[in-house]
Structures are given as structure tokens and as C-alpha cells.
Design a binder for this molecule. Structure first.
Ligand SMILES: Nc1ncnc2c1ncn2[C@@H]1O[C@H](COP(=O)(O)OP(=O)(O)OP(=O)(O)O)[C@@H](O)[C@H]1O
Ligand SMILES: [Mg+2]
Length: 355
């Protein structure tokens, strides 16, 4: 099986004017990637500990012929490992029996049989998922299952080893750098901490994508930013610096910035982490309100079941590199699939254990 190659490196966000990688946009993107990689190495260390724990149990390897063979012919534990799957488990997908609903229309995002491996760790193992347009979708799953990795494939920060990611009809891995740069204008992205530029005030942060990507006159930019900032309740905070704001305000400012280009697709990676329950509920309301007004495909990654109940129209549950079940929220919360049932009820008994 192929070992880590160039395609497993995260791609820099580059574009006209950014070639030197010195612009604040690139710095912010790098900050995001930096946060993600810090998290990634922590998670990797956890995975290694789990793997070491499993090795102590010293279960016999599955006998020849009974091992799990992936669709591409690679053999589990010989060619790759799946985080969360222990030696001896030759049926890792016994719980992945849930219904996978189609979106009932042309999907905004199609993920087709995506395989992504870092070294021997296969994070996505033939993942297929369609995300509906004009709805709020959520991808839920245990920590370290590849939710952030999935988002990075959609924006072209990571490329699949095999499979395809199609956004509004375009195959992301096939796009040239220029086309990828143009496609990213369709996206609004909100990372965990809002990822604001520390050296700019809130107004300039929100105006940045408009100044960078459009020819709009400064007066029009001012109107758009003032409107977006007042929508997120920051009408009075134009001249504040990011470090003068609370975590919740920074997230709202990040949300305003994600919206200024009227994106067709908005993605939030854990918008509610670090917020108190009331602020989480308020941010959910805001996401719902703005979506009701502007429409588009929203994808929210979160661990918070309250957030899922409040804002999701469509839910997909990811585990061991594949979707366990996907469909309308109401159906998922009533699911009889043992894993989905456990996960959406935060139940301590079920297929998912601490190790
Ligand atoms: N650039 C990378 N290089 C190597 N391994 C990586 C990289 N990015 C992610 N990983 C690994 O992929 C796995 C999934 O990471 P990811 O950040 O997508 O998890 P997650 O589902 O978002 O978790 P959480 O819910 O904790 O945010 C982790 O084991 C991580 O170590
Ligand atoms: Mg994540």
C-alpha cells in the first residue's frame, strides 16, 4: 500500500498576491493548519497509545483468509491500520449498516469513495457522502475520526489518495491552482477560534475578503461589513481588536467574515467549542437565521448533541473512515443502528468504548 506521499501534505492556500505566503490570509490559514496539526499530533499520540495498549493484549492476528480486505485490495493490519480498530477485529464495519439517504436533489457536495492515509493510518477508508444544497448538514463522530480531514478535502487543503470530491459539479482534486483559488470564493469557512488576524481591528478583518477578492469600492465594502457585523451583534465593535473580544464575540466576528462574499457553501469546524451553553444556543440561532435568509449548503462539525438537535436538517455519522448512517435529523435521532443510537444519546454502553 502506498506510504505517505506528496498528496498527504496539506496544500498551502495560495493565490494572486499571495505567492510569497506572507499575506495575513496565508498566515491565518497557516495558523488554522497549525492548530489542526497540533491537534493532529496530539490525536496521533493518543492513537499510538491506543495501539500500544492493544498490542499488550496480544490478540492473535486474524487467520489467513479471514482478514478484512478493503475495496482497493489492501489488508487491514498488514497494509494499513484504522484508528479505533484493534488487532484481531476482522469485521470493523459490522455496525456500519445504517441507511445512507440520498439528498433528494442535486447535492452541493459529493464525496465519492475517498481513501486518505497518513503513513499507515488510514483515516478515510472509502468514504462516500452527498451533502444537500440549501440545508444545514452536520457530520458527527468520535474524536479523531477524520471530520476535520474531511473538511480539508472539500476546500482542497488535502487531496484524496483515491476517490473524488465534487463541489457544485467540479472535481476539487482536478482543479488547477487558479480554479481552486476561484472555487474557494464560494466558501465561507469558520474555524474553531474564529481565526481572526490579530493585527487588524474587527472591521478590517471582516472587510479583508472583500478587499482581497473583489473590486468593490470602499463605500460599498463599508455597507456590507456594517450590515454583517450588526447581524452578528457586533455593530458596536468595529474598532475593537480581536484580543479585546471574548471567545464568543470572536466566533461571531469570524462568522461575519465568512459571510461577506455571500458564499454558496459555509463550513464550520466546531463553532461551539469553548462557548457556554447560552452562547452556544445563541450562535446556533444566528446560524439558523442567517441560513434561512441566505440559503446555501452549510456544513457544521460539532460534538454537541444540543447543536445537532437545534440546527441540523441532515446528519451523517462518521466512524472508522466510513459513514455509519446518514439522513434527515429526525430519522437519525430515532435510529436503531446500535452505534448511532449510542452516539446520539451519549450512552456509555454500546459499540464505542473509551479505548
Ligand atoms: N496532516 C496530517 N498528518 C498526519 N496525520 C493527520 C493529519 N491530519 C490529521 N491527521 C490524523 O487524522 C486523524 C483524524 O484527525 P481529525 O483532525 O480529522 O479528527 P477529528 O474527527 O476532526 O477529531 P476532533 O473531533 O477531535 O476534532 C487523527 O488521527 C490525526 O492524527
Ligand atoms: Mg476536528
Amino acid at each position: 500500500m502506498s506510504q505517505q506521499d506528496d498528496s498527504s501534505q496539506e496544500q498551502p492556500i495560495n493565490g494572486p498576491g499571495n505567492e510569497g505566503g506572507e499575506s495575513p490570509e496565508v498566515e491565518a490559514a497557516e495558523e488554522n493548519v497549525g492548530v489542526a496539526s497540533e491537534l493532529a499530533s496530539e490525536l496521533e499520540a493518543e492513537d499510538e497509545t491506543a495501539a500500544a495498549g492493544a498490542a499488550v493484549i496480544n490478540e492473535p492476528p486474524p487467520s489467513e483468509g479471514s482478514e478484512f480486505v478493503a475495496e482497493d485490495g489492501a489488508v487491514l493490519f498488514r497494509d494499513f491500520v484504522l484508528p479505533g480498530v484493534h488487532p484481531g477485529d476482522n469485521d470493523p464495519y459490522k455496525w456500519h449498516t445504517g441507511k445512507k439517504d440520498d439528498t433528494g436533489g442535486t447535492p452541493a457536495i459529493e464525496i465519492k469513495d475517498v481513501v486518505k492515509q497518513f503513513g499507515r493510518a488510514r483515516i478515510l477508508n472509502g468514504l462516500s457522502l452527498d451533502l444537500p444544497d440549501d440545508q444545514i448538514s452536520m457530520v458527527l463522530g468520535p474524536s479523531g475520526t477524520g471530520k476535520s480531514v474531511l473538511i480539508k478535502h472539500i476546500v482542497g487543503l488535502l487531496y484524496p489518495d483515491s476517490g473524488d470530491v465534487i463541489v457544485k459539479g467540479d472535481s476539487v482534486p482536478d482543479l488547477s491552482d487558479d480554479d481552486l483559488f476561484d472555487m474557494r470564493k464560494k466558501f465561507g469557512l469558520l474555524f474553531q477560534d474564529g481565526a481572526l488576524f490579530g493585527s487588524m481591528n474587527i472591521f478590517d478583518n471582516v472587510a479583508f475578503p472583500l478587499r482581497q477578492h473583489t473590486d468593490k469600492a470602499e463605500a460599498e465594502i463599508e455597507d456590507i461589513c456594517a450590515q454583517r457585523l450588526s447581524e452578528v451583534g457586533l455593530g458596536e465593535a468595529h474598532y475593537k481588536m480581536p484580543n479585546e473580544l471574548s471567545g464568543g464575540m470572536r466566533k461571531r466576528a469570524g462568522f461575519a467574515r465568512a459571510l461577506v462574499l455571500d458564499p454558496e457553501i459555509v463550513m464550520f469546524d466546531e463553532p461551539d467549542s469553548g462557548l457556554d451553553p447560552v452562547r452556544t444556543a445563541l450562535l446556533c440561532e444566528l446560524i439558523k437565521e442567517v441560513h434561512a435568509e441566505s440559503g446555501g449548503c452549510y456544513l457544521v462539525i460539532s460534538h454537541d448533541l444540543g447543536t445537532a438537535r437545534r440546527i441540523a436538517d441532515f446528519i451523517a455519522v462518521l466512524w472508522k473512515g466510513k459513514i455509519v448512517e446518514s439522513g434527515p435529523k429526525e430519522r437519525l435521532f430515532e435510529s436503531e443502528n446500535e452505534f448511532v443510537h449510542q452516539f446520539l444519546r451519549a450512552d456509555v454502553t454500546g459499540p464505542l468504548a473509551m479505548d
